[in-house]
Design a protein around this ligand. Structure first.
Ligand SMILES: *[C@@H]1O[C@H](CO)[C@@H](O)[C@H](O)[C@H]1NC(C)=O
Length: 363
């Protein structure tokens, strides 16, 4: 191949927020950055569009989906029809292994012993193994077992080789769901929280106990009331609230999940507990969320929420940014497969090695 081995992490370190280091990706990154500067929002983390040169790109690649995530079998998408991704053949047939250009391995399934890793002894030369994981480090066991095996990382972390977050903002008339215009109409209720996995030792549970000493917090989900009949989804429920508690189950770099994006879609102001404020600001404008660290105490935060709910003119300061934006929420897992496949096609013939997977992912 004659291509210098690339170290995933070193490539990404040189350009924080970007995941690739060759020219095409750089160009794509610049285009994305320019568009955001035009919007007056610079430095947001965005997945980079992969630009393929039809003259040099290999015609077609085969990506083997090694396990269906969490053992739940789903039909594989037609990447071209569904996501406009050309030249990708997806398969979940293990017998495709000897000729697959890439193998996508979902972390939890192999780490928990539910499935074996692909056989190393018969690994075809040139085949890339892609590590995919959307859990936080706190819920990513046995990483050490996977050192020195993979070529490509794919996760919500912006410095993954293939970066696809839980959600991201786009231009309003792009391919995202347009965000509703901010309105001064008051919403009937104050704060909602939807939680399915209640663990006493988690920071978010402590925060909830503390906050609910000062203001009414309506709890829904497996641990609280069920979502009222007729409202159906979290987003429709949250539309009735001024604020939504977007509390992550653990606090890690870039680990910002659909909890935040559901609130954004519903037009409620998210109150976030997760990575730092600075980290959130790489994903959305600073005024678009209230961070639990913004206040010296939970009592002060509660007071601020109450004050805002009584003063629509002030509240709108947290919503005005919505004009001009849309939201994209990639579909698990089909869109991830097609995105991985596109990246694979783009880097065919190049050697890539993931070093220090554990150290990187836990940092
Ligand atoms: C993939 O990674 C393995 C393990 O680090 C390495 O031996 C192999 O050369 C890499 N292959 C490609 C095509 O990058």
């Amino acid at each position: 191949m004659g291509v210098r081995p690339r170290r995933s992490r070193e490539c990404s370190k040189t350009r924080p927020g970007a995941s690739k280091c060759d020219g095409h990706f750089l160009t794509a990154g610049l285009v994305a950055a320019t568009f955001l500067v035009l919007l007056g929002v610079s430095l947001l983390h965005l997945p980079e569009p992969v630009a393929l040169d039809p003259a040099t790109a290999v015609r077609e690649v085969t990506l083997l989906i090694w396990t269906h995530p969490f053992g739940r079998k789903r039909p594989l998408p037609d990447c071209l029809a569904r996501y406009g991704v050309d030249g990708c053949v997806l398969t979940d047939e293990p017998r495709a292994y000897p000729h697959a250009d890439g193998v996508l391995v979902h972390h939890r399934d192999v780490a928990s012993g539910g499935a074996e890793l692909p056989p190393e002894a018969t690994r075809p030369p040139g085949q890339k193994w892609i590590w995919i994981n959307y859990e936080s480090p706190s819920h990513t066991p046995a990483l050490w077992r996977l050192e020195e095996l993979f070529n490509v990382t794919m996760s919500y972390r912006a410095d993954s080789d293939v970066f696809l977050p839980y959600g991201y903002l786009v231009q309003k008339h792009g391919d995202g769901q347009p965000l509703s215009e901010p309105s001064r109409t008051s919403r009937p209720r104050l704060v909602a929280w939807v939680v399915s996995n209640w663990v006493e030792s988690q920071a978010r549970v402590a925060f909830y106990y503390h906050l609910s000493q000062y203001i009414q917090v309506d709890v829904f989900g497996r641990a609280g009331r069920s979502i009222p009949e007729g409202l159906g989804s979290v987003v429709r429920l949250v539309r009735r609230y001024h604020f939504y508690l977007a509390l992550e189950n653990s606090q890690h770099t870039d680990y910002i999940t659909e909890k935040l994006w559901n609130a954004v879609l519903a037009g409620a102001v998210p109150v976030v507990l997760g990575p730092t404020r600075k980290n959130y600001e790489r994903f959305l404008p600073p005024e678009a969320f209230i961070h639990v660290d913004d206040f010296p105490s939970v009592e002060a935060l509660a007071g601020y929420l109450l004050a805002l709910s009584r003063d629509p003119a002030r509240l709108i300061g947290h919503l005005r940014w919505r004009t001009g934006f849309g939201l994209r929420q990639p579909t698990f897992w089909g869109e991830h497969y097609c995105t991985a496949c596109k990246a694979l096609r783009k880097t065919m013939g190049q050697t890539q090695v993931v070093r220090d997977l554990t150290q990187w992912f836990e940092s």
